[in-house]
Design a protein around this ligand. Structure first.
Ligand SMILES: Cc1cc2nc3c(=O)[nH]c(=O)nc-3n(C[C@H](O)[C@H](O)[C@H](O)COP(=O)(O)O)c2cc1C
Length: 323
C-alpha cells in the first residue's frame, strides 16, 4: 500500500508504533520496522542521552530499516536534557522523530536542519494546525479513545479524523483505538494516511514487557479503562486496577484543591515495576479502550501482515462488492 505516510518515512506499510514509556525499547521498535512498519524508541525511558545513544545502537543492530525516536515534552518543572537527547538522536543517525506533549517549535530547526522528519502527536485539530504552521512534516492525531494522554477535548476519532482531514495539508496518521485491518481502512476512509498503534503493539511477542501486562490487556474489555488526573488537566487513560480506584477516590475527595504532589505516589516512577516486574497493580499505567479488540499475542510481523491482508480484502471485496 502506498500513502503519503509510506512515502514520507520510506516504509512498506502505513503503520506506526507510537512511543510508549518503558515499552518502546529496541526489541519492539526493530520488530515493527522489520515487519515493514515504523518502530519508535521512547526517548525519555532512557535516563540519560548516553543511554538513549546505546538504545539507538541496539536498535540499529536489530534492523537496517527506518525507525524513529519519541521525544515527549513534559509539563515538568525540571526539564530533561532535551538538547542532549537530540544530540544522541542526530549522532545516532536517526532520521525520524515523533514529538509529543508540548509544542516542539524550539527544537524543530535543529532537528529538521539535520534532515530529521518530524511527526508531532496532537489531540485536537487546533494543535494539529499549529504543528503544521510551525513546520512539522506530519502529525499523529490521537482521538479520545487512545491510551495515554487524550487531552481535554474528548473528541473521538470518528469526528476528529475527518475534521483533521478537512483542515490539514500535511499528512497525518490516525492514532487511538487502532487494532486491525478494519481500523486501517476506516482511518484511510476518514482521511488519514495511515495509523499509529500503542496498546495493540504491547500485546505482541517482541514487546519487552512482562507477560502479566500482556495478559491484563487481553483480559480487558473496552469498558475497563479509566481517565485519571482530569482535575489537573493532565488526563490519562489507564487500565483500571486497585491503584486507579485509590487515585480516583483521592481525586473525588480532594476536589478542586488537588495538586500533583497529592497523587505522586500512584502516578510517578511506577512503570519499571509494572512493565518489567509484572506488578500490574503497583500503580496506574496507560492503556487504550482498544484493549477490547485485543485477543492474542502475535509477532509484530504476524500482526502487520494480518492487518494488511485484512485491509486489502476489505477494500477489494467488502467495500468494492457494495458498489
Ligand atoms: C503504556 C503506554 C505508554 C505510553 N507512553 C507514551 C509516551 O511516553 N509518549 C507519548 O508520546 N505517548 C505515549 N503513549 C501513547 C502512544 O504513543 C499512542 O499515542 C497511544 O497508545 C495510541 O492509542 P492506542 O493505545 O489506543 O493505540 C503511551 C501509550 C501507552 C499505552
Amino acid at each position: 500500500m502506498k500513502t503519503r505516510i509510506t512515502e514520507l518515512f520510506g516504509i512498506e506499510h502505513p503503520i506506526l508504533q507510537g512511543g510508549m514509556h518503558y515499552v518502546g525499547f529496541a526489541e519492539l521498535a526493530a520488530a515493527v520496522s522489520n515487519a515493514g512498519g515504523l518502530g519508535i524508541l521512547t526517548g525519555l525511558t532512557q535516563k540519560t542521552p548516553a543511554e538513549l545513544a546505546r538504545e539507538i545502537a541496539r536498535c540499529r543492530e536489530r534492523t537496517d530499516r527506518p525507525f524513529g525516536v519519541n521525544l515527549t515534552f513534559l509539563p515538568t518543572v525540571t526539564s530533561p536534557d532535551y538538547p542532549g537527547y537530540i544530540s544522541a538522536i542526530l549522532d545516532g543517525g536517526v532520521r525520524i522523530v515523533e514529538t509529543a506533549g508540548r509544542n516542539p517549535e524550539a527544537h524543530l530547526l535543529r532537528l529538521q536542519g539535520a534532515g530529521v522528519t518530524v511527526i508531532h502527536k496532537c489531540t485536537s485539530v487546533r494543535h494539529a494546525l499549529k504543528a503544521e504552521a510551525i513546520g512539522c512534516d506530519a502529525v499523529s492525531v490521537d482521538g479520545f479513545e487512545c491510551g495515554g494522554h487524550p487531552g481535554e477535548d474528548d473528541v473521538p476519532n470518528l469526528i476528529l479524523l475527518p475534521r483533521a482531514a478537512d483542515e490539514l495539508k500535511i499528512p497525518f496518521v490516525a492514532s487511538g483505538g487502532m487494532a486491525d485491518g478494519r481500523s486501517l481502512v476506516a482511518a484511510l476512509a476518514l482521511g488519514a494516511d495511515g495509523m499509529s498503534m500503542g496498546t495493540r503493539f504491547m500485546a505482541t511477542k517482541e514487546a519487552p514487557i512482562h507477560e502479566n501486562v500482556k495478559r491484563a490487556i487481553i483480559g480487558a474489555t473496552e469498558l475497563d479503562t479509566r481517565l485519571v488526573m482530569r482535575p489537573l488537566r493532565n488526563t490519562e487513560r489507564v487500565l483500571k486496577n486497585a491503584a486507579v480506584e485509590r487515585l480516583l477516590e483521592k481525586e473525588a475527595s480532594l476536589g478542586r484543591k488537588i495538586r500533583f504532589e497529592d497523587i505522586i505516589e500512584e502516578v510517578a516512577g511506577m512503570y519499571p515495576k509494572i512493565m518489567r516486574d509484572g506488578d500490574t497493580e503497583a500503580g496506574v499505567w496507560s492503556c487504550g479502550m482498544v484493549a477490547g479488540l485485543i485477543r492474542d499475542v502475535p509477532t509484530c510481523k504476524e500482526l502487520i501482515d494480518r492487518i494488511m491482508t485484512e485491509a486489502g480484502a476489505l477494500i477489494r471485496t467488502r467495500l468494492g462488492g457494495m458498489l
